[in-house]
Structures are given as C-alpha cells and as structure tokens.
Write a protein that binds this ligand. Sequence first.
Ligand SMILES: *[C@@H]1O[C@H](CO)[C@@H](O)[C@H](O)[C@H]1NC(C)=O
Ligand SMILES: *[C@@H]1O[C@H](CO)[C@@H](O)[C@H](O)[C@H]1NC(C)=O
Ligand SMILES: *[C@@H]1O[C@H](CO)[C@@H](O)[C@H](O)[C@H]1NC(C)=O
Ligand SMILES: *[C@@H]1O[C@H](CO)[C@@H](O)[C@H](O)[C@H]1NC(C)=O
Length: 428
Amino acid sequence: MWGSTLPLCVIIMSVSSANIAWQQPEQVHLSYTGRPATMTVTWTTFSWTPSVVEYSPLPGPPSFNLTAYGSATLFVDGGPKHRRMFIHRVTLENLNPGQRYVYHCGSVLGWSPQFYFRALQVGSSWGPRLAVFGDMGNENPQSLSRLQKETQMEMYDAIFHVGDFAYDMDEDDAQVGDEFMRQIESVAAYVPYMTCPGNHEEAYNFSNYRNRFSMPGNTEGLWYSWDLGPAHIISFSTEVYFYLKYGLELVAEQYLWLQKDLQKATSRDHRSEQPWIITMAHRPMYCTNFDGDDCSKPDSTIRTGLPGGQYALEDLFYKYGVDLEIWAHEHSYERLWPVYNCTVYKGSPQAPYTDPTAPVHITTGSAGCRERLDPFFPLHREWSAVRIEDYGYTRIHIANKTHIHIQQVSDDLGGDIVDDIWLIKDKR
Ligand SMILES: *[C@@H]1O[C@H](CO)[C@@H](O)[C@H](O)[C@H]1NC(C)=O
Ligand SMILES: *[C@@H]1O[C@H](CO)[C@@H](O)[C@H](O)[C@H]1NC(C)=O
Ligand SMILES: *[C@@H]1O[C@H](CO)[C@@H](O)[C@H](O)[C@H]1NC(C)=O
Ligand SMILES: *[C@@H]1O[C@H](CO)[C@@H](O)[C@H](O)[C@H]1NC(C)=O
C-alpha cells in the first residue's frame, strides 16, 4: 500500500511546490539603530507579505498588544538562479530601557515563533557585555552552541560579528546564506547582532551582506557608528581597500567619514560621556600568522594605506586616541601590547594596559569555519603579547568610563578563560 502511494505523494509535492506561497517568516534577527529606546527586527520571506512586529512587555503571558510596521525590500541574489527573497525591516520605538519584551514578526499571512529581548539601557552609566568574534561559518561553527546557550542565559547585551559569515552567503545561489541566517537565529533573534563586512562577503559587490543585515546609518552596513554605554563604537569596511574594482571612491568616502566621526567623538562633550572609542573591522593592521596575509607584512595596507600612504588608518586612529581596535580575518586569537608604528607604548612596565599611550589591538577570528585555524609564525614580534590557536570568542565588558574587561573563551577547552586583561584609563 505505502509502496505504491509514496512515489505519487512525492510527485504531487514536487509539482505543487512551485505554487506554494512562501509567506512564513524565517531568519529572524535583531539589530540596534543607534538611537536610544529602539530595536530593529529583520527577517526573510520568499513571497511578498506585509511587515509587522507584535510585541508586549514581560513577564506574564504575551498579549502582543503593541504593534509596529515596516517594509520589505526585494533582494535578488547575483547567482545563476537569481533567487528572490523579501527582507523585512521593522523598528520598534519608545522601548523602556532594560525592559524585557516578547515579540513575533510576520503578518496575518503567517507569524514567526515568539522570541524575546531586553531593551538596551540608555546613557553612559551602565556596563554593556559583549560577545565578539569573526569568521563563523555554516560548516564547523564550533563556538556557536556555546554562544547560543550563553545568549539564552542573558550573558550578553549585544554580539559583534567582525566579518566573514557563512562561508559564503552567496554560495549555492545564496542558500548557504539562508541556512546561516537560520543557524544564528537562536542568538540573533534575542540580542542585537552587529556586523561589519569581511572578504567572504565580496560576491556581487557585497550584496548578500548589504541586503541581509540592518545596521545604523545609510551605507547598508559598510561603515557606521553608535554609542553603547560609555563607549563610542565604530564599524567600518577594510574590504574597500582590497576590492578597488567596486570603487576607489569608497576608500576616500569612508576615510572622510571616519575623520568626521572621530572629530565628533573626541569633542569634549562627547568624550566625557563616551570616553572609550572602540573600532571593529575585519582585516587587522598587525598579526603574526604564517599565511602571508596583509597584516603579516611590515607595511600592511590597513595600517599604512594605499601606495603613497593615502588613507592610512593607523595614523588616523592614533591621532584621535582610539582605545581598542577589534579585528578578525586570522583564524586565531592575538592580543597586542599598546602599539603605534610598530613601537610598544605600555602604560608602565608593571601595568601595560593602564593608561597606555597607543591603541590596543585584539584579533579574534576563530569562532569556527570550514577553513579551520591559522597557525602562527614561529618568530616573536615585540608588539605581540598573547597568541592562542584555539576555537573560541572574546567577551568584552565595558564596565564603566575607566575600566574594560577583555576575556578570551576557549571552546576547545570547554569554555575556559584563556586570556584575561583589564584595559584601564583613569588619567586621560
Ligand atoms: C499590554 O499588555 C501588557 C501585558 O502584556 C499590559 O501590562 C499592558 O497594560 C497592556 N497595555 C495596553 C496599552 O493595553
Ligand atoms: C558597489 O556598491 C557600492 C555601494 O555599497 C556602490 O557605491 C558602488 O558604486 C558599487 N560598485 C559597483 C562597481 O557596482
Ligand atoms: C615609523 O617608524 C619608522 C621606522 O622606525 C620611522 O622611519 C618613521 O619615521 C616612523 N613614523 C612616524 C610617523 O613616527
Ligand atoms: C569601574 O569598574 C571597576 C571594575 O569593576 C571598578 O573597580 C571601579 O570602581 C569602577 N569605577 C566606578 C567609578 O564605578
């Protein structure tokens, strides 16, 4: 009996699948707009639907008595099948700082499961807790299960994913991107998931990156900044320096924007509220990995700029007193001493990270992907303080205006903390 009906079922299903209306929301994720008391919900459907989020405060049973509306954009992947999907964006406004909310997204044509989040605190007198990493893929995402659990335990206020997603989002006509966004939903639907582009997003002029995420500003997430507690966070693209075919003018545009943003961030009023300036971008200025990457060269492009020294970032960040620079790209963890122009500037020999006079660099690109880990060069560089070749990620607690706690979690060692420093500035 089954033997004869099953093939018929399969035929009917495959015929009718062409007519299925794909209105069910999926790939739900959150991001912060940079404006206090807001949160943006982004998701995907494969047919057009309205874009609605219903939400209500917790605790208690969800009443979903608050409603916010947004809109959908059509994203057509650049691959041979030109797959089409609708990316929905809705921003919730007037959230109560610190309040937990339950939400679902979609429309009367279909609702997502329910998720929850805690609205970010406002002002500068709270201590954001972050999980930070780059280079996490669909295959071998070794740290993801630990991040899922810790996010659901409410250990983090936000996640920073410092470029290189899915490996790669455009593959298989962007189905790898879809699957990756489903994979991270268990993290990204609960806390804002903040991003910058990496080299693996390059296909079709970074279109999967630019379309799938919803970052602050008007550059489709290529460069933007926002305030988080006592820190000013700047996210930018190192990739504009390497894919000049997409526009040399992008290097100049971003550099001018960085200059302006740093000027504002270092004005007296701003810096007294947000004394910390933290950058995140994919490819490091310095590294000691054994792979010939830009950062392993004495005059890396990101550090010293395009030929002739144009748009050099190290001088810019040094000039404005950037405190902490977060990078990825290398599949390992490396912490540098405070460094400028390859010279170490410790606060003092006893307390190198107390009032350092140059930026501190952390490279954290070993969350896990199909390319495995990157080994280190056997030689010592005097600016390199700690090197760990393990799968893991970084916890950053911006405790207050004078203290930042940085810890490296080793997933290989069952979640052990394998590096632990306090970055302190109480003189400047
Ligand atoms: C909405 O529902 C919540 C419970 O989920 C309740 O506390 C609140 O008073 C309701 N607000 C309005 C405007 O009905
Ligand atoms: C690539 O995208 C950027 C916007 O992100 C745009 O300014 C640029 O002109 C595009 N380049 C090409 C070659 O299409
Ligand atoms: C950087 O170091 C190099 C080599 O030590 C030196 O020639 C150069 O003048 C330094 N640049 C600055 C801006 O200090
Ligand atoms: C800032 O945080 C550090 C570490 O938790 C603490 O020792 C210090 O007292 C805090 N400073 C203020 C002003 O709260």
